[in-house]
Design a protein around this ligand. Structure first.
Ligand code: KG4
Ligand code: ZN
Length: 339
């Protein structure tokens, strides 16, 4: 009988200090996330130096709690996975060094994981992945359509040319004087409002799976400023609803087209913006009647940054026999490559 595989993973690419243990690539044994949002809120965004300092303070505590939750000992672990990049370099370094120290001291294999591969593999914690598939990755730093023909194979077929979807949400929220991170606030407001304000949709050239959100973001800001100058009142909830409708229409239309063209069996949703209720509902509506394509949407807690997703992705890397060396460095600009 094959021995069970337990991967301990660490994630510190942005403003969550997280550790988790996942059994056989799909079963969460322990999952701990320490969020720093409260510390960054008053600055309206993540301050890299503060993020690094928090990671240093939290790392050991988060690891201890993870081990306690799991009831396992270090010698039962198969390997240590860690987010190698992309992300904030100072933040990544704390996780990478903690992982190296653990791997070295416990004599365990070290496994570097790409943050976006992690977001995609969050889906493996809720459903078996069926290939070929398309993943719509929408986070604070990324907006990508990724085609996967098998485990560990990533082909980016479309990406944002400017702002990421989450970035656009956060910037629009800031213009509306909503707290950071703004995505959930816009989402909540959008549900109360009506999409009555005309805003652009960037379809780009025919057949392109790329995205662009900076024009939409500017249109929202201009609409607000023009109204202010003219003394006209605009309902923030209507502006939020109109902005959200524009973002979702483009995301869902392009995902649907890609899924049909690539004849996929599954469509996965990934990244922090996957927590958006409007996007979740629109995707369910678009794919609900398509029996040949299964839509997988992870629960909210697995959409935003966490280490369970890094462990799930790391499990595949581990199975393929790929190991990172002890000179592995944090790589803020790491490309998503196949393995
Ligand atoms: O994946 P994530 O936790 O961090 C990155 O890797 O970037 O994503 C964070 C992003 C933020 O921009 C946040 O505003 C957005 O996800 N977000 C949302 C919602 N919840 C989080 N955006 C729209 N609607 C939401 N409900
Ligand atoms: Zn993320």
């Amino acid at each position: 009988m094959k021995q069970d595989q337990y991967i301990l993973a660490i994630e510190t690419s942005c403003d969550e200090t997280a550790a988790a243990i996942v059994k056989n690539g799909h079963e969460i044994v322990a999952n701990v996330v320490s969020s720093q949002i409260e510390s960054h809120k008053r600055f309206g965004g993540v301050v890299p130096e503060i993020a690094s300092r928090h990671h240093v303070e939290q790392m050991t505590l988060v690891l201890q709690e993870t081990m306690e939750q799991s009831g396992l000992t270090f010698d039962q672990l198969s390997g240590i996975a860690v987010t190698e990049g992309p992300g904030l370099v100072g933040a990544l370094l704390i996780g990478v060094n903690a992982a190296k120290a653990l791997a070295f001291s416990k004599g365990l294999p070290l496994i570097g994981v790409h943050h976006i591969a992690g977001h995609i593999y969050a889906n493996q914690l809720v459903a078996e992945m069926k290939f070929p598939l398309i993943a719509l990755v929408v986070s604070g730093g990324h907006t990508e359509l990724v085609y996967m023909k098998e485990h560990g194979s990533f082909e980016v077929i479309g990406e944002t040319l400017d702002d990421a979807a989450g970035e656009a949400y956060d910037k629009v929220a800031r213009t509306l004087k909503l707290p950071y991170p703004g995505g959930p606030h816009i989402d909540r407001l959008a549900k109360e409002g009506e999409p009555v304000i005309k805003l652009p949709r960037a379809w780009l050239e025919e057949g392109s799976y790329d995205f662009s959100f900076s024009g939409l973001k500017s249109a929202v800001i201009n609409t607000l400023h023009n109204a202010e100058q003219k003394g006209v009142h605009i309902e923030p909830k209507d502006l939020a609803a109109s902005f959200q409708e524009s973002v979702i229409e483009v995301l869902v239309t392009k995902t649907l087209k890609a899924a049909e063209q690539y004849k996929v069996k599954q469509v996965l949703l990934a990244g922090g913006v996957a927590a958006n209720s409007g996007l979740r509902n629109a995707l369910k509506e678009a794919f609900g009647h398509k029996e040949s394509i299964e839509l997988v949407i992870p629960p909210l807690s697995l959409c935003t940054d966490n280490a369970a997703m890094i462990a799930a992705a790391g499990s595949v890397v581990f199975e393929k026999g790929i190991r990172s060396k002890m000179d592995m460095n944090a790589n803020p600009g790491l490309e998503l490559t196949s393995y």
